[in-house]
Design a protein around this ligand. Structure first.
Ligand code: NAP
Length: 242
């Protein structure tokens, strides 16, 4: 049995990734924060592929919770190891820096950046011991370009991009790759209040992307086909950046 962990797997991009990893034959550990009903829907879709999954709720911002849950899972599955990790859980709390409160800054940094450290550290050792692993971080156009109103989110995602490049160099010799995928505007709950009709004019492909279009790239990077790619950031943004 091959295992993959997807943080924020209950909805949006994370759900699409869970389903595609299941199609690749992975038993998918579906992490989420509180939305059990949505996580159960992901699990149902995972099972439809003929593969299987496990719900693994924990708050990616709480290091003790991450370690306790991951440690508990490993104890109960002592022969198993997680060979694919997708750090996908994320939030945004947009406001101009002038008006940004401490909680806007810390919540976004904790969820998008510190989570990378906590969750990756918890699963990395077994990847190194087994000399194979795939880590894919879901970042954002904001982390490459910087977007006004998102100084907190841009800083967090840019932080993950730096971490991706550094970690890739640390562990390449152990056949563990680390890459990032940077979506633009994707149709999920995170963007549901945005006006696609207006914003699509900025996008060369003239529409928002679908979660599945991001998941395809994540899953390519998770596959053996991506064996010579590490430390990279791949944009999935309809041409918006250029
Ligand atoms: P979404 O639909 O809002 O889903 C967010 C997911 O993250 C949910 O599964 C949620 O769990 C989980 N989550 C949030 N806080 C968490 C925490 N503290 N601990 C554990 N899980 C937590 O988001 P999305 O649009 O799919 O975004 C997924 C990733 O893509 C994020 O990193 C986001 O920054 C990035 N991204 C998205 C877009 C876009 O246009 N949508 C663009 C660029 C980058 P619950 O269901 O339990 O709340």
């Amino acid at each position: 049995m091959k295992y993959a962990l997807v943080t924020g797997g209950s909805r949006g991009i994370g759900r699409a990734v869970c389903i595609k990893l299941a199609e690749m034959g992975y038993h998918v550990l579906i992490n989420y924060l509180s939305n059990r009903d949505e996580a159960l829907l992901t699990l149902e879709e995972v099972k439809k592929t003929g593969s299987d999954g496990t719900l693994l709720p924990f708050d990616v911002t709480k290091v003790e919770e991450v370690e306790k849950t991951m440690g508990g899972w490993q104890e109960q599955n002592s022969d198993a190891y997680i060979e694919v990790l997708v750090n996908n859980a994320g939030i945004r709390k947009d406001t101009l820096l002038m008006w940004m409160e401490n909680s806007h800054w810390h919540d976004v940094l904790n969820t998008n950046l510190n989570s990378f450290f906590y969750v990756t550290r918890a699963v990395l050792k077994n990847m190194l011991v087994n000399k194979y692993g795939r880590i894919i971080n879901v970042v954002s156009l904001s982390g490459l370009k910087g977007l006004p109103g998102q100084v907190n989110y841009s800083a967090a995602k840019a932080g993950v991009i730096g971490a991706t490049k550094a970690l890739a160099q640390e562990i390449g010799k152990k056949r563990v790759t680390v890459n990032a995928v940077a979506p633009g505007f994707i149709k999920t709950d995170m963007t549901k209040e945005l006006n696609e009709n207006e914003l699509k004019n900025l996008i060369p492909l003239n529409r928002f992307g679908l979660p599945e279009e991001v998941a395809d790239v994540v899953c390519f990077l998770a596959s053996e086909k991506a064996s010579y790619i590490t430390g990279e950031v791949i944009s999935v943004n309809g041409g918006l950046y250029t």
